[in-house]
Design a protein around this ligand. Structure first.
Ligand SMILES: [Zn+2]
Length: 200
């Protein structure tokens, strides 16, 4: 087994006080840092993604420009490349992150598989080059980017776990629906405490 941790979009704009802040986002950032303190050694690769939009257009209709955002397909302006809102939340310790993925440059991009690392490698290529077989997923938002990234990881043949204590969603109802969908798709929906149980 070669295991990766995917940390999805733990950015200032997706946490409390951000342009598209979700409740519980800051706690997720701190919780992931704690997970890394205790279990970093169990991961062969730690990957973190950031939504990284263009600031001078609507990113393919992703930003609501002349209308109110519907919070399904159109959103308030968020995570513009190079702005504080696009940075990782300060409570997330990124010092042990191996690969940084950026996505959404000029387009809507919910899944980490739609992005590339600093050298232009896609997530699919990185899974192959690192021989990854298992992926644990945490981050924001449960009902959008965590959902899309999990479905793609399953699609790429990974054994996937989603830690429900380390995700936060836009809305309770859609987050619950997303977790149910991910379970049906083949992901294991569990909590990060399984890492402690495995260590005993
Ligand atoms: Zn976005």
């Amino acid at each position: 087994m070669t295991r990766a941790l995917f940390i999805i979009d733990v950015q200032n704009d997706f946490t409390e006080g951000g342009a598209l802040g979700v409740e519980g986002g800051a706690a997720v950032a701190a919780g992931i840092t704690e997970l890394l303190e205790r279990h970093r050694g169990e991961y062969d690769l730690v990957v973190a993604s950031r939504d990284w939009h263009s600031g001078d257009d609507d990113n393919g209709g992703h930003f609501a420009v002349d209308a109110e955002p519907d919070f399904v397909e159109t959103w308030p302006e968020h995570c513009v490349a190079g702005t504080p809102g696009a940075e990782y939340h300060p409570d997330l310790d990124t010092s042990s992150v191996d690969v940084h993925i950026r996505k959404g440059q000029g387009v809507p991009a919910y899944s980490i598989f739609e992005g590339t690392d600093d050298s232009g490698a896609s997530m699919a290529e990185l899974l192959v080059s690192h021989g990854i077989t298992d992926v644990d997923l945490v981050g924001i938002a449960t009902d959008y980017c965590v959902r899309a990234s999990t479905l793609d990881a399953v699609e790429h043949g990974q054994h996937v776990r989603v830690f429900t204590d380390l995700v936060a969603g836009v809305a309770a109802e859609t987050s619950e629906a997303a977790l149910a969908e991910l379970g049906h798709a083949g992901a294991v929906i569990t909590e990060s405490t399984v890492l402690d149980e495995a260590a005993q």
